[in-house]
Design a protein. Structure first.
Length: 168
């Protein structure tokens, strides 16, 4: 009887070109002053809502505060980002290269080190992936062959700055 050859299973995503792990959110410390400032802002907005009898906005404020506090108390998790021949996998979600409109990298040696991806579509928001100790030059070379690079973006987006300020 002829011997059957073992065929190694192929990855449906293609060959893995690059991979790294990153923390899904900044593990920055929240000081007492930070909590006091947030409390004063929310208290002030709630007083305005009561005096203007805008109870719907008051409900939204309370819900936002509950979500914010639950996000602060959720521990940061380490996720994996991988670049394949056919796309990018970020935290178990795969984006084909044709689904990504643009990318840009912000790399400041003592500051921000992030890869930003802007998926196509109205409802898909741009998002960032921390580069940690990943080589940004190698990453850029791989991505610019497959996705358009946005060379005009030089700093974090407003949404990214808000996330950093709120420490989420």
């Amino acid at each position: 009887m002829p011997e059957k050859k073992q065929i190694a299973p192929t990855d449906p995503l293609g060959k893995k070109l690059l991979s790294w792990e990153f923390w899904e959110k900044d593990k920055g410390k929240k000081t007492t002053g930070f909590y006091t400032l947030i409390f004063v802002i929310f208290l002030g907005l709630m007083v305005v809502c009561i005096f203007t009898k805008n109870f719907l906005f008051l409900i939204f404020l309370i819900l936002f505060l509950v979500i914010l506090i639950s996000e602060w108390n959720r521990p940061a998790q380490q996720k994996e980002a991988s670049i394949y021949e056919d796309g990018i996998m970020v935290a178990q979600k795969f984006y084909r290269f044709d689904q990504i409109e643009t990318f840009w990298i912000i790399y400041e040696p003592q500051g921000s080190k992030k890869l930003f991806l802007n998926p196509k579509g109205v409802l898909n928001l741009e998002f960032s992936v921390s580069l940690e100790k990943q080589d940004p030059i190698k990453l850029r070379e791989i991505l610019k062959e497959r996705v358009k690079e946005d060379l005009e973006r030089k700093e974090d987006s407003v949404f990214e700055r808000l996330k950093q300020w709120l420490k989420i």
